[in-house]
Design a protein around this ligand. Sequence first.
Ligand code: ZN
Length: 295
Amino acid sequence: MARQRTIEHEKSVEGVGLHSGERVRLTLKPAGEGAGLRFRRVDISDRDNEIPAHALCVSTTQLGTNLTNAAGVSIATVEHLLAACAGMGLDNSVIEVDGPEVPILNGSSLPFCQMIDAAKLVEQSSLRRLLKILKPVEIVDGPKRVRLIPGEGFKVQVKIDFSTRVIGKQDIEVDMTDGAFLREIAYARTFGFSHEVEKLRSMGLVRGGSLDNAIVIDGDDVLNPDGLQTPDEFVRHKLLDVIGDLCLAGGPIEGRYEGDQPGHALNNRLLRAVFADPETHEWVEDEDEALSAPA
Ligand SMILES: [Zn+2]
């Protein structure tokens, strides 16, 4: 039986937000069983400053997943940190931040995985609860399609198709139940296109973006001097984003996810569709000994 996990020690990191460009300090803290993952904006004290990491708190999904609580307090770009929590099997933690956005660090989940590892995962007494998918749920938007279907364990398939030759068509399928996140997905960095940077900056976005925290594509070239870590780093990052977005279910998923050109908006609509129909899912206790064991 797999038990819930928190961390033994708190751990902090500092960095800039990808969109805000603001310097932020983030601290992972232990939390009691059943607490889940919760953000706490320590720079705000005049109203409720806790924001649950839950799909129903997602407020906007433009170039990142952003959460807002009932008091109107927000935290932006949560997906790479939450992917690390899900991928490492961290169930319960209070995540303190002293600004409006999670730091982007190197654009991947690896620094967050290393933080969780250094904070030392510890088991709690209650069993984990899994969101078991009982019937298919699908969201389609033009050429984009995402779905969850019933299945053993947690398998994720992602396909992307970009016109630049650097990316082209990429396809990946990963069985997430054996520490695969840390080995195969966590390192993959976010990416963007140089021709979009000016427009995005004028909209107040990617102010903290640089070649140190994103792969930047110009036409058919990668501008980063060290290039790619693997040719399929792009589809691996899309899968990383999916893991982060699905972490907002509030517990690990038992089922299969398939995404054709997935994005944060569709992933959130998918979870909302699951929660809107009680016949699509049930919460069950985790009977799999090895689920998401850290490597
Ligand atoms: Zn991402």
